[in-house]
Design a protein around this ligand. Structure first.
Ligand SMILES: C[S@@+](CC[C@H](N)C(=O)[O-])C[C@H]1O[C@@H](n2cnc3c(N)ncnc32)[C@H](O)[C@@H]1O
Length: 348
């Protein structure tokens, strides 16, 4: 890839040239989710009765289909930047495609996806952060005013040449890797810890989300690393956001008694080997206190990047409703099967 100057603005307009005539985006997205054959138009009563609801869809399409103020807790872990493809086909030339358009700023997720981009494989971390924030902005409508949003994110070191796995948490799965070249510039320098979770959290604050905790998940069993000039990365962030009201201080459902003993913002849980070829799974013990503290019994817990469906299963085990989606059909189907095996009547 030739050396290029990267525009650093964070906002951009989609190009008419690529997107064609203006369409009603929400309608297009609803149609996409319906076409997956897994969702129909639902009445208010049908939604209320939905205990377990799993869909094969892009979170970007799925979130706008949910009723306003229907969700008590969103607890999720989106794909991290530049780590794995989840078996999806990505347009590795997408940065050149965008630069050729000579449009300043960062492309919208809609443009990026329509041009073959996969979430998490953005050529630049700033694109990834902008797309994640765009998707979580769509969660604002279904999330109740007193709802909670917990997002687990890990960081990445910059390397001009980095390796992308098809699947598998770092070091836990031996498999083929794809090497890609990322342009250097600004904070993108060799060996740099990119602080992606912090940049994301600041971006969310800028869009009116209130950050209540930056919970550190300490992972004592991370595999050995070859680097001799730095400490091993053994933690991930679990951000707790709530909605900022139009006036006054944020008020939201929260039961502190359900957090771990001492209720501190550092928790220690081993990384667990995954299931169903999906190795980036939540340890149930990590998410259970979040579900118990941040949603009422009978409430709706949503995971729009649900993978194996761990969030939904732990929610169901604790008397909550579990809704979710995943872009990879086999994960959505396996998650549905996990529900069925656990005696649930999950729809998917
Ligand atoms: C870090 S994993 C989540 C794992 C999950 N927490 C679990 O316990 O199994 C991220 C998931 O997001 C899915 N994904 C990636 N892009 C997506 C998108 N645009 N919409 C919905 N799901 C997506 C991937 O297929 C993957 O299963």
């Amino acid at each position: 890839m030739p050396r290029v100057r990267i525009p650093l603005q964070t906002k951009s307009k989609p190009t008419k040239h690529r997107l064609g005539p203006r369409r009603k985006r929400t309608d297009v997205r609803k149609t996409r989710v319906r076409e997956s054959g897994l969702i129909g138009s639902s009445s208010h009563e049908e939604w209320k009765e939905r205990n377990h609801y799993l869909v094969h869809a892009d979170a970007y399409d799925f979130l706008p289909t949910l009723p306003t103020n229907s969700v008590d807790l969103i607890l999720t872990s989106p794909p991290y930047w530049g780590q794995r493809s989840y078996g999806m086909q990505h347009n590795w030339e997408i940065l050149s495609d965008w630069i050729a358009l000579r449009t300043p700023g960062i492309p919208t997720y809609e443009w990026y996806r329509e041009n073959g981009g996969v979430l998490g494989l953005e050529p630049l971390p700033d694109w990834y952060i902008a797309h994640l924030i765009e998707i979580f902005e769509l969660a604002r409508v279904p999330l109740k005013p007193d709802g909670n949003l917990w997002i687990n994110l890990g960081d990445t070191y910059f390397a001009r040449w980095s390796s992308i796995r098809d699947n598998g948490r770092q070091g836990l799965a031996e498999e083929e890797r794809f090497r890609r070249k990322t342009p250097m510039g600004g904070y993108r320098q060799e060996k740099q810890l990119l602080l992606i979770p912090s940049r994301f959290a600041i971006g969310m604050q800028d869009r009116r989300w209130i950050l209540r905790n930056d919970l550190i998940w300490h992972k004592p069993n991370v595999p050995p690393r070859p680097e001799k000039d730095r400490l091993k990365l053994a933690h991930e962030h679990f951000f707790h956001f709530v909605k900022r009201p139009k006036e006054g201080r944020a008020k939201y459902f929260y039961d502190l008694k359900q957090a771990e003993t001492h209720a501190t913002d550092v928790v220690t849980y081993n990384v667990q080997p995954g299931e169903d070829e999906h190795t980036a799974t939540f340890p149930p013990k990590l998410i259970e206190p979040r579900i118990l503290s941040s949603s009422p019994i009978g409430g709706v817990v949503l995971d729009p990047f649900c993978g194996t469906g761990r969030t939904l299963l732990v929610a169901a085990k604790n008397g909550r409703k579990g809704w979710g989606c995943d872009l990879v059909a086999s994960y959505a189907l396996n998650a549905k099967q996990a529900f069925t095996e656990n005696g649930s009547n999950g729809e998917a």
